[in-house]
Design a protein around this ligand. Structure first.
Ligand code: ACO
Ligand code: OAA
Length: 378
């Protein structure tokens, strides 16, 4: 029996949350194009859309916004635990650990089957993950964390809790677009991980912790931080051509933020993110990283190796530039991805609840018919 490496093309669920069309480079959340949503939607509208497969009316939107904001505070014990960690602990390790600890304070911890309770838990966890992420921005710099405000939307609350000011409108809008673009993406690795955990009958916190772990890797969400580190290694726009020639020799080293399992055309989120990256770079007065990213992408898009393999920039590539304009440390880039993707994770978790155990098969290729030898004879 042969195996399907990386489960490429294997269909594991019928979903209503998103459609990733890799041939045409299109992405739809529950019927709506990503371009339309990025232009118009508040993250909370996308959260509702993914969980209900329809947009909220004005009353429902205000209800979900306030439900998330009102439950976004985290127990002091969790903030104290975060303060006790070494300041250089990676942000993804911090949010993974804090999310796990939150389960000890979950008022509905015993309820593993009621989907309405699970949706409430999803809203609570979504707010709390934002609070934890903003708190770590401050704690890692030796500052006191700031509690969330009940009157703000999630993007504004993040900017407010991170900076202690405002919230600044441009920064909040940039965070909102980022959150909308990253919220959901078919059967990506972290969502699949969350479904595998849920299908065992386990709890939402466990599934989200597993998803955070999967997102952390540089082949998935961790690529936004790696892309930024690569732009910094290049250093100046005029270094792009020699850097590309020297480092990107036929598959010797991957360009982070380029390539995708499904997209064999430009990732539509990358196109939207590129526009925002350019605008934000110009308004911040620092266009260096954008210029490096743009000219590196041009090198790759014009190179036979990348053309033959249909390798295009993915969402992580230009989101590195957007996030760098927000005064975030590179280490916090992937936690922001988690703050958004929790909408998609939890919608998939609720959908998976009560479903069949996910248990594929391994093709055994090891030795057979060996005879036991006592340890002293080996
Ligand atoms: C939000 C997200 O998670 S988007 C993805 C974020 N990840 C990254 O940006 C990391 C860089 N990209 C990659 O490592 C890959 O493209 C992945 C992990 C995203 C997809 O991996 P796969 O679907 O398994 O593609 P696979 O590894 O088979 O690559 C196909 C070919 O393209 C090459 N390739 C893929 N990505 C890159 C890249 N970024 N740079 C150079 N070559 C690449 C591979 O070496 C391979 O070449 P080969 O056919 O000669 O062996
Ligand atoms: O779908 C994938 O494999 C990775 C991705 O782009 C995402 O999770 O947003």
């Amino acid at each position: 029996m042969s195996n399907k490496a990386g489960l490429e093309g294997v269909v594991v669920a019928d979903v209503q949350t998103s459609l990733v069309n890799g041939v045409e480079g299109k992405l739809i959340y529950a019927g709506y194009s990503i371009e339309d949503l990025a232009e118009n939607a508040l993250f909370e509208e996308v959260f509702f859309l993914l969980h209900n497969v329809r947009l909220p009316n004005a009353e429902e939107l205000e209800a979900i916004r306030s439900q998330i904001a009102k439950q976004a505070s985290v127990p002091q014990e969790i903030l104290d635990m975060m303060k006790s960690l070494p300041k250089e602990t990676p942000g993804m390790a911090v949010i993974r650990t804090a999310t796990s600890m939150l389960s000890a304070y979950d008022p509905d911890a015993e309820n593993l089957t009621d989907k309405d309770v699970a949706r409430e838990k999803a809203a609570r966890l979504t707010g709390q993950l934002t609070t934890i992420s903003a708190a770590w921005v401050r704690i890692s710099k030796g500052q006191e964390p700031i509690a969330p405000r009940e009157d703000l939307n999630l993007a504004e609350n993040f900017v407010y809790m991170m900076s202690g000011e405002g919230p600044d409108k441009t920064a909040s809008e940039a965070v909102n677009v980022y959150l909308v673009l990253l919220a959901e993406h078919g059967m990506n690795a972290s969502t699949f991980a969350s479904r595998v955990i849920t299908a065992t009958g386990s709890d939402m916190h466990s599934a989200v912790v597993g998803a955070i772990g999967a997102l952390k890797g540089p082949s998935h969400g961790g690529a936004n931080a790696e892309a930024m580190r690569m732009f910094m290694e290049i250093g100046e726009p005029e270094n792009v051509k020699p850097w590309f020639k020297e480092h990107i020799k036929e598959g010797e080293r991957r360009i982070m933020g380029i390539g995708h399992r499904v997209y064999k055309a430009l990732d539509p989120r990358a196109a939207v993110m590129k526009l925002h990256a350019e605008r934000l770079a110009e308004s911040s007065g620092n266009t260096k990283w954008y210029k490096i990213a743009e000219s590196l992408a041009e090198e790759a898009l014009g190179d036979d190796y990348f053309i033959e393999r249909k390798l295009f920039p993915n969402v992580d590539y230009y989101s590195a530039i957007v996030l760098s304009t927000l005064d975030l440390s590179i280490d916090m880039f992937t936690p922001l991805f988690a703050m958004s993707r929790i909408a998609g994770w939890t919608a998939n978790i609720v959908d998976q609840m009560g479903g069949r155990l996910i248990r594929p098969t391994a093709n055994y290729v090891g030795p057979m018919d060996l005879k036991w030898t006592p340890v002293e004879e080996r």
